[in-house]
Design a binder for this molecule. Structure first.
Ligand SMILES: [Zn+2]
Ligand SMILES: [Zn+2]
Length: 333
């Protein structure tokens, strides 16, 4: 038992340290790469709509200009991007360590309930594809659960509202997240990812390292580079009808940011809208751009200034726990 625990601990620590090495360089690189890719897509769309082309020089000039990144909410967005570049790798490492802890108990429980079996006749490529897809869905489900709780539980809302105080959206707003919001998100992802990894280990009857495949997930990588920042770009790209029930478009996410009580707590998914559809929080956008105001209501006492955005949520959350909890600040429809 002691050997098993020390082996398990050594494996987890080794993987986490390797991952931390990668992600200290990886997060800022990934963040800036995604800003460039998304920024190019947004500007290209605008230029093509006006029948014009887009040169690299023009792109760089526009990208660094005020309109693209430094909108009215942009200073807080950029400050939190810098803060998250330092904090995020540690949190992500912690999430991977915690996730790996759920793998073995899940395999043990499944073996106890369903028994063990021989490895299935399936190619390594198909196994990798299925594992990547399953972990992507686990991420999406974890994202929806975390986001739902962040809008329903006042304590969590105080930290999550930092993301919602943006009165204008830009491709940097995706990084406007309070570190405590990320800690909670990491804990929930560790659970959904770890249990899914345990199911995969049992199904394939082969050891499965969450850190190996979790850190190289192609679906997530593509989403983080190009799709998630695009959701905050202000571009009205809307998936309607059946597509709108499966994929969460940038227009879906703009409805989520709207300062409109009828839309509070809607469209809580990341890239997929299936969980919103299943749990009744889906609002499909119209094909034509909708006029929306972004931000939170005055009763939410939005923080002012960069430091306030980091410190005030702790004070607000402290007040929430020491008094009778108020009604949830945002309501799912
Ligand atoms: Zn939200
Ligand atoms: Zn957002």
């Amino acid at each position: 038992m002691q050997d098993f625990l020390s082996n398990e601990l050594a494996q987890v620590t080794h993987g986490a340290l390797r991952f931390l090495d990668l992600s200290f360089i990886g997060y800022p690189l990934l963040a800036f790469l995604s800003l460039f890719v998304t920024g190019y897509v947004v500007l290209y769309r605008q230029r093509v709509a006006r029948g014009k082309s887009l040169s690299v020089r023009l792109f760089l000039r526009a990208f660094l200009s005020k309109g693209m990144i430094f909108r009215s909410s942009g200073r807080v967005d950029v400050a939190l991007l810098v803060l998250n570049s330092t904090v995020f790798p540690v949190l992500f490492g912690w999430m991977m360590i915690s996730g790996q802890i759920f793998v073995t108990p899940t395999v043990t429980a499944l073996t106890h309930l369903l028994g063990s079996h021989a490895p299935p006749q399936i190619s390594a490529g198909a196994q990798a594809f299925l594992a990547t897809l399953a972990l992507f869905i686990a991420y999406e489900f974890g994202y929806w659960v975390d986001h739902y709780l962040s809008h329903r539980i006042p304590f969590l809302w105080h930290f999550h509202k930092v993301h919602h105080t943006a009165t204008s959206l830009s491709i940097v707003t995706v990084h406007r997240v309070h570190p405590i919001d990320t800690v909670v998100f990491g804990g929930i992802l560790a659970l959904t990812g770890g249990v899914t990894a345990g199911c995969l280990e049992w199904a394939f009857a082969a050891p499965f390292n969450l850190m190996e495949i979790g850190s190289t997930n192609l679906f997530l990588f593509a989403a983080m580079i190009a799709y998630i920042p695009l959701q905050h770009s202000g571009v009205w790209l809307a998936f309607t009808g059946a597509w709108g029930r499966v994929f969460l478009s940038p227009a879906h996410h703009q409805l989520h940011h709207a300062n409109d009580p009828t839309l509070y707590g809607s469209n809580l998914g990341s890239c997929l809208s299936v969980f919103d559809w299943m749990f009744g929080t889906l609002k499909i956008p119209s094909a034509e751009p909708q006029k929306l105001t972004f931000g939170v209501s005055a009763s939410d006492h939005p923080p002012v200034g960069i430091l306030d955005h980091v410190v005030q949520p702790f004070l607000d959350a402290g007040r929430t726990t020491s008094s009778t909890a108020p009604a949830p600040l945002a309501k799912a429809s």
